[in-house]
Design a protein around this ligand. Structure first.
Ligand code: 5GP
Length: 202
């Protein structure tokens, strides 16, 4: 039985889940999974840190060798969560966080229902437009496509355990950190073992 918990941070593009996860790993003891993608690196992105940037051929090979916990095609590019490293770390009692899109999160929910699913919402659609525009890497058509998708994606929120509105970034990070802490205080099998030990000690 692994004691590490798997947190899945998901939500519409531009809601700020990437920034939240980056700050989360600086704040608490948790590992962020590095995804594999066929997308080209943006300026400043580092292979092996932000993503493993691979060819479509390599990605398909990994699908065929059952190497992903989940994968999805997001806005024309493939993204996937490498399976082995995540499962190994969970077995080693490490908490893991995945920052993935909603299709991917729903797949994890089927294959790993013990995961804890956190939906990140932008404070408003106008703020979301501003954030996506600010990245400067998407065209006007891309931005409109993403905003249209956002409305559809929000309808999946009832599949999630928690929802965090990302208005002020540090407040949002604190909330996600609080969720990770609370999840370690759930009444679980481990607690019954502890209680059994109490009885022996009387
Ligand atoms: P970006 O290209 O902006 O880095 O990411 C685009 C979208 O892909 C984001 O919503 C991001 O969360 C998602 N994404 C990143 N890695 C993965 C992954 O491994 N699996 C899935 N399903 N989505 C991912």
């Amino acid at each position: 039985m692994s004691k590490g918990l798997l947190f899945v941070v998901s939500g519409p593009s531009g809601a700020g889940k990437g920034t939240i996860c980056k700050k989360l790993i600086e704040k608490i003891d948790i590992d962020l999974s590095v995804s594999m993608t066929t997308r080209k690196p943006r300026p400043g992105e580092i292979d092996g840190k932000n993503y493993y940037f691979v060819s479509e051929e390599k990605f398909i090979q990994t699908i065929n060798s059952n190497g992903f916990l989940e994968y999805a095609k997001v806005y024309g590019n493939y993204y996937g969560t490498p399976k082995e490293v995540v499962l190994k770390k969970l077995e080693q009692d490490r908490d893991m966080v995945l920052e993935i899109d909603i299709q991917g999160a729903l797949k994890i929910k089927e294959s790993y229902p013990k995961g804890i699913f956190i939906f990140i919402l932008p404070p408003s659609m106008s703020e979301l437009r501003k954030r996506i525009t600010g990245r400067g890497s998407e065209t006007e058509d891309d931005i409109n496509l993403r905003l249209g998708e956002t409305l559809k994606e929000v309808s999946y929120i009832d599949k999630y355990d928690y929802c965090v509105v990302n208005g002020e970034i540090n407040e949002a990070v604190n909330r996600v950190a609080a969720i990770t802490k609370a999840e370690h205080s759930r009444v679980s099998e481990d607690i019954y073992q502890l209680i059994a030990k109490y009885k022996e000690e009387i």
